[in-house]
Design a protein around this ligand. Sequence first.
Ligand SMILES: [Zn+2]
Length: 237
Amino acid sequence: MKKKAASSGGSKGRRTQQVEDRKERRFEPIRSKVATLTLIGTGLGGLALGIGIYAQWLAVHRLPYAPWIVAGGAAVLAAVILWGQLAGAAVRVGDAGLAVERGDSAPLRVAWCEIDSIAFQDGQAVVETKDAKITLRLDEHPAAVAWLVKEARARIPSKVKIAEAQMASLPKASESDGVVVAVEATQVTGRRCRASGKIITFERDARLCARCGEIYHVEALPERCLTCDAPMGDEGD
Ligand SMILES: [Zn+2]
């Protein structure tokens, strides 16, 4: 029985996880109408401005209505700047908490154990930690918001500040939402064990609370997670 606990490869009943065993769901943003209009407006406005400038000042035969094309293109671009909205980033929700992708650089990640509160206001989920505030728009990330709230209620229920009435207005999480992926390597070396304060030197020594993501040195695993009180240890499942 002991042998099983030492073997690698995550199983559902595990209460601690090794770094490489973690999974999460990845969600692409839904482009809102405003974001689509912004994209189209930028293209058309830029095109009109270019054509207008060419027709007014560069073309051999100047078009009489060229100034109107320039003005029209400029007006569209001004509207885009004033009211436009860019499509958001893809996000991930799972064992490692919440992650917001940032193009080529590593995603912005907050572990469940770092989250101080999750609220819902003005059509967006608001996640606050000691030093970050992340918002997810419901119209852009309905499934991600549903999963964020579902997982948070299971993992860190005391941090979820959403009234029942608001909860009813949120979409329900479905197994078919998003794409399940492995959590990309996250930095655990150099971090401190929550129980002993010892710095984790080797990734293989790190054990993460399967519920809240708190980090422990394998030799200092407590009976229960010091952050979320989940039972720890690999036996008995
Ligand atoms: Zn925990």
